[in-house]
Write a protein that binds this ligand. Structure first.
Ligand SMILES: [Zn+2]
Length: 262
């Protein structure tokens, strides 16, 4: 493991040559319901990236805390970059990273709103440098973990993860994760990006405030509102964190074996 910010340039010259992959954590500063801190997404991403790098021969960059969160801006404290800026910042960082001879980039992304920019970054770097980039998002690695839906915004898994990392920042007494409000009698809201009309799905882009006053929400079809957080504990959070770390360590090793046509 090489921690990019903690070595000198002299060490960087030697040690970065030994790394095949750079891990870049990024997140968001945005509302996560009344019970979680604004930094939830980058705090989780940073922890995952650090833990993965400790078990692999990778170089880990400092986290980019800011992301694209425009649709959460009706909630106080949320910060956002534009999608274009996020893309450009990441491209600049990656172009610098690739000067070291590193050939693979793994983004550990804690915030789904960043994905569109990252996709564009990955494809651009592939075209420009021939390198392969991947994006790992803990909430869409598995549909369910411990029987809980992974995609809920401020839901059980995200709450557990935060409790496993920074229990002092979580206030379970304030936790409630409702269903998003429907748009009409026949249009059911699954998330702020997707609705169901009769049996079919439609993409439709809402602001978070359109569907929830709490900010947190379930974002999976057929989910139920969460009002009981009694099984969220720091121990459970650590267990889930380990589960993701083990999976991503294995992925990282396999990722380094991949070959692309020249
Ligand atoms: Zn989040």
């Amino acid at each position: 493991m090489v921690s990019w910010s903690e070595i000198s340039w002299v060490e960087a010259e030697k040690r970065l040559k030994t790394c095949k992959t750079a891990i870049i954590p990024l997140g968001s500063v945005e509302q996560h319901g009344p019970h979680l801190p604004l930094g939830t997404d980058w705090i989780i991403a940073q922890e995952l990236a650090k833990r993965i790098s400790e078990k692999t021969e990778t170089a880990v960059l400092p986290v980019l805390p800011f992301g694209y969160a425009e649709y959460h801006m009706d909630f106080p404290g949320t910060l956002t970059l534009t999608q274009d800026h996020l893309r450009e910042v990441m491209l600049d960082v990656c172009r610098s990273v690739l000067k070291s001879g590193i050939k693979r980039i793994l983004f550990v992304n804690g915030h789904g709103g960043n994905l569109a920019s990252l996709r564009s970054v990955c494809l651009k770097l592939r075209e420009e440098f021939g390198v392969l980039c991947a994006v790992a998002q803990w909430f869409d690695i598995f549909d369910e973990v411990e029987g809980w839906k992974a995609t809920e915004h401020g839901g059980m898994i995200e709450t557990c993860l935060m409790m496993g990392i920074r229990p002092d920042l979580v206030d379970l007494r304030k936790a409630i994760v409702p269903l998003p409000k429907p748009l009409s009698d026949q249009i059911r809201t699954i998330s702020i990006n997707r609705v169901k009309f009769r049996n079919g799905g439609i993409h439709l882009f809402l602001r978070t405030r359109d569907v929830t006053k709490e900010g947190s929400m379930t974002e999976t079809e057929d989910s139920k509102p969460i009002t009981d957080f009694s099984s969220a504990t720091p121990e459970k959070g650590k267990e889930i964190l380990n589960h993701f770390v083990e999976y991503l360590v294995d992925f990282c090793r396999e990722f380094e074996r991949t070959q692309l046509p020249s």
